[in-house]
Ligand binder design. Structure first.
Ligand SMILES: *Cc1c(COP(=O)(O)O)cnc(C)c1O
Length: 383
């Protein structure tokens, strides 16, 4: 008897993830690789992605939130781990106890980290997160002196150890953009200011995936790679994944729930935004916006069935979409529909989806919902 766990599946190839990280490690040269596994490993599964990244040669892991970092520690992941986004009043004692390095972006955060370290009875490891031009999270450089003055006594007391300094680029996906050099200069100046307070930082880091691939001068001691580890190009202008030596990790598939032959003039899905111009065969795909299929893909989202390209007709619903299989189709209920995956899967790419709805590949994979079961294959599969 067939026994699939659901009507759809996101197959996650952990060997591909490990191989991508190994490739990025070569690109990074002498710099270590931190793999970013925030947002559930960009939708791939955080713990599994973390283990596969470590198998591929990453020596650090990074997440945005403290809860994400604690989940990794709870799963037994003991690698160096950095979390950089928290708000006043969040519990920092548990992260300090769990040996999670903290990205600090303000004097207030530094004070809270120090207090947590005293409560935990151990030294908190801190990376200063510097705003060199992204104007997002990060310490404004005008406040750097003040923070460094506060750091001196905290380090002497043993509450805090400044082990890293980092910043994040605004336009690394546009190689040669003037802001890259400008941010690099600001970062170098900030490092010089930090030097007297922390002469032996373990890691200085600036590069994301795009900069890792295109701007070696930004590599420093550590590169923070997210999207490229998952086999997705940080920007179409940098090339397709295969041009960059990367393999897409996730393959999203579903089974046709039904097929039906309809006459010309049939209105399809909510609002009847599509009326069949001629007799055709419609296929019902059990994935909708509740699973992360963008509603903006109504009428255009690409899929493949039996190696043939088709697209969504009518509106994307919460649980399902309808595709036009064409009048000659021999597709049958239960046939596999490839929504996206690596070239070998024979379907559209994540980039195809991103372009068709006017977004980026990051958003396509990260939004694949919890209802879609992840099926892990490869090295980290036992994780
Ligand atoms: C998410 C994130 C990254 C990873 O960026 P990619 O473009 O996915 O490589 C790196 N650094 C910081 C601070 C981030 O927030």
């Amino acid at each position: 008897m067939p026994s699939r766990v659901g009507p759809s599946c996101a197959r996650v190839d952990l060997d591909a993830l490990a191989a991508n990280v190994a490739t990025l490690r070569l690109v990074a040269g002498r710099a270590q690789v931190l793999t970013v596994v925030k947002a559930d490993g960009y939708g791939h599964g955080m713990v599994q992605a973390a283990r596969a990244a470590l198998a591929g040669g990453a020596t650090w892991l990074g997440v945005a939130q403290l809860g994400e970092a604690l989940t990794l520690r709870g799963a037994g992941v003991s690698a160096p781990l950095l979390a950089w986004l928290f708000t006043p009043g969040e519990d920092l004692v548990a992260p300090v106890r769990a040996d999670i390095d903290l990205g600090v972006s303000s004097l207030v955060a530094l004070g809270e980290v120090a207090a947590a370290a005293r409560a935990a009875g151990r030294t908190a490891r801190v990376h200063l997160k510097l705003d060199t031009g992204l104007s997002r999270n990060g310490l404004p450089l005008a406040q750097l002196d003040e923070v460094l003055r506060a750091l001196g006594p905290l380090q002497a007391e043993g509450a805090v150890a400044l082990v890293g300094a980092f910043s994040h680029l605004a336009c690394a996906d546009q190689p040669g953009h003037a802001s890259i050099a400008a941010q690099h200069r600001e970062f170098a100046a900030a490092l010089a200011a930090i030097e007297p307070v922390a002469p032996a930082l373990e890691v200085r880091h600036l590069a994301n995936s795009a900069a890792t691939l295109t701007a070696p001068q930004t590599h420093y001691d550590l590169v923070r790679v997210g999207i490229a580890a998952y086999g997705i190009s940080p920007a179409p202008a940098l090339g397709r994944p295969e041009d960059l030596g990367l393999t897409p990790v996730m393959t999203l598939t579903a089974r046709l729930a039904s097929v039906k032959d309809v006459p010309a003039g049939t209105g399809v899905s909510y609002g009847h935004t599509y009326i069949t111009p001629a007799p055709t065969r419609l296929g019902l795909v059990p994935l909708g916006y509740g699973d992360g299929i963008p509603r903006a893909a109504s009428g255009i989202g690409p899929v493949a069935v039996g190696g043939r390209r088709h697209h969504i007709v009518g509106r994307v619903c919460m649980d399902q979409v309808v595709i036009d299989l064409g009048p000659q189709s021999r597709a049958a209920p239960g046939d596999e529909v490839v929504v996206f995956g690596p070239p070998a899967a024979g379907g559209p790419s994540v980039q195809d989806w991103a372009e068709c709805v006017g977004t980026i590949g990051y958003e396509i994979v990260t939004r694949i919902g919890a209802r879609v079961p992840r099926e892990y294959v490869g090295v980290g599969g036992q994780a």
